[in-house]
Write a protein of this length. Structure first.
Length: 550
């Protein structure tokens, strides 16, 4: 329940702090006194958007703080899920800075507006005049039926499962589109891959093939060069090797005479050994050389295949071709994988449909059981409110289409008088009738809901006399299970409250301010008498006020 509210620098309120009690509280005041400002402040602290027009003094920040006693409402799990600190007396604070920035806190920990709004749904229901028309909206009607059917958890789970189902459908559509595109290229990719596989590409093979091709293509020229080199190396007596041996022999003889000669000998000996090895290798290479036209043709063909593939794929190496081959293999494998994923998703979607259908049937059954209860309770309460012949025909049908809250379609039909045809609530109910139906609905919901606080903002619009008295009794009964506020202009309702607050304006030379105070018994008699007779309070009005209060 709301235990206190503090407001600073908001609209016409410079500073205000007030404590509230449980039970049935009345708030009255002249039109324009500031009742809507109080609701606006509560709206801000519950997460509504704000702007600089909210500030009374544009140079100072606006602060609104509300204390809620929530120990009896099992909200610990919500606080844990929302990563907020739980306190039995939870403090909500909203600050609007002169810069226009806004900050929100729950138990002194910063939160965003969405988190504040989510928490507010568990704390207070502010029913303003324009919200009466919401009763004609189908989703509100479902919420009423589901509250009586105790369907809230089932509907919330269905919505979660349905969102998962929609995500599966979106993923399936994307995969089917991807498969369609992949299949367009599949045949061509398979052809390209077959070409590359047929080439039997090996990393680094191009250089070796080109070297072998050059050798086979120039056998005669190479052989002639090697033969000439071997001849010049070995020819007697002027060949390189014989002459090197002569030099080596001469230096060997003088080597012992000096270190310099010995060094020369060793160097010539080393050259002789190296050159002898070169000649031997030339002999070996020359012996291995032979014409092989078939091998030359084979290698030429392999190289031509590589060159053609490089040109086709616009690359310049075998390694790049191998990378393309790997990519094509993956693309073909990908098509198969997509097909497998689609099959798996289709299976999941089929299972989800069965699961959703099963849950939708359960939700529908509980709604069907709740509708007679709702109809009976509405009829009984509205009979007290001067609508003895009211009838409801709530038509619920399980369909084929999925919604966030099940598969049901709903028509909330209403007839106010005997013999009248049923019509849609929003089309046939008057404003006064809608106010009474809304009050009856809230009274019924208070028996099923754990909401701590409800505020009725002039729900009595369009009614008076005995009907107003009955409305007050209904709100009074509601207050046995929850904290109830009624902002009213009717003395019959004001007199039924456990406590009475008055909103009023004061004016001095500089400014006008709205204030709120708790009335004493004597002040309350005067306030109700003024509601009865106006500013000129008569003895009759005072006596009438006392009678109403008693």
């Amino acid at each position: 329940m709301l235990t206190s509210l503090a407001i600073k620098n908001f609209a016409l309120i410079e500073k205000l702090s007030i404590d509230f009690s449980n039970g049935f509280s009345i708030i009255t005041g002249e039109t324009g006194a500031g009742k809507s400002i109080l609701l606006g402040a509560l709206g801000l602290v519950l997460g509504k958007r704000a702007d600089l027009t909210s500030l009374k003094n544009k140079e100072e920040k606006c602060i609104i703080e509300a204390h809620f006693e929530i120990s009896r409402y099992q909200l610990q799990a919500f606080f844990n899920d929302s990563a907020m600190d739980y306190e039995d007396v939870t403090i909500l604070r909203r600050e609007i800075l002169p810069s226009g920035k806004s900050r929100a806190f729950v138990n002194d920990s910063p939160v965003n507006l969405q988190e504040l709004q989510n928490l507010g749904l568990y704390l207070i229901d502010i029913h303003s005049q324009h919200q009466t028309q919401e009763l004609s909206e189908t989703h509100i009607q479902f919420q009423i039926i589901d509250a009586i059917a105790k369907n809230q958890e089932a509907v919330a789970q269905f919505e979660s499962d349905f969102n998962d189902f929609k995500k599966l459908k979106i993923t399936l559509t994307a995969l089917e589109s991807a498969l369609k595109e992949a299949k367009k290229e599949q045949d061509y990719n398979a052809f390209l891959l077959e070409e590359l596989l047929a080439a039997k590409l090996v990393a680094g093979s191009q250089t070796a093939l080109e070297t072998t091709f050059e050798q086979l293509n120039n056998v005669e020229f190479i052989k002639e060069a090697l033969s000439k080199s071997i001849l010049h190396a070995n020819e007697e007596p002027f060949g390189i090797l014989p002459n090197l041996k002569e030099v080596k022999s001469a230096l060997q003889k003088i080597g012992p005479l000096a270190t310099a000669y010995q060094n020369l000998y060793e160097r010539v000996n080393s050259v002789t050994i190296e050159f002898d090895d070169v000649v031997a290798e030339m002999n070996q290479l020359s012996e291995k050389l032979f014409d092989d036209p078939q091998q030359l043709e084979l290698i030429s063909g392999q190289l031509q295949t590589i060159y053609n593939l490089q040109k086709k794929h616009q690359v310049d190496s075998v390694d790049a071709l191998i990378a393309i081959q790997f990519e094509l293999e993956n693309k073909l494998i990908s098509v198969e994988n997509i097909e497998n994923d689609i099959h798996s998703l289709q299976t999941k979607i089929s299972e989800s449909i069965l699961f959703l259908d099963e849950k939708a049937i359960i939700i529908n059954k509980k709604r069907q059981e709740a509708i007679p209860v709702l109809t009976e309770k509405l009829t009984a309460i509205l009979a007290q409110l001067g609508m003895p012949n009211v009838r409801f025909n709530i038509e619920l049908a399980l369909g084929d289409h999925y919604f966030d809250n099940g598969k049901d379609s709903l028509q909330f039909l209403f007839a106010a008088n005997k013999g009248a045809d049923f019509g849609l609530l929003k089309k046939v109910a008057s404003g006064g009738e809608m106010s009474r139906i809304m009050l009856a609905t809230k009274a019924i919901l208070s028996q099923y809901s754990k909401l701590p606080t409800i505020i009725f903002d002039e729900i009595d619009t369009g009614v008076s006399g005995e009907i107003a008295n009955k409305m007050a009794e209904i709100m009074k009964n509601m207050s046995s299970a929850m904290q109830v506020f009624s902002i009213t202009h009717l003395p019959q309702i004001a007199a039924k409250g456990d406590v009475h607050y008055k909103v009023f304006k004061t004016t001095n030379d500089k400014q006008t301010q709205s204030q709120l105070k708790l009335l004493t018994n004597e002040e309350r008699i005067v306030e109700i008498a003024e509601m009865l007779s106006g500013k000129a309070i008569t003895d009759s009005a005072l006596n009438h006020a006392k009678a109403l209060l008693n």
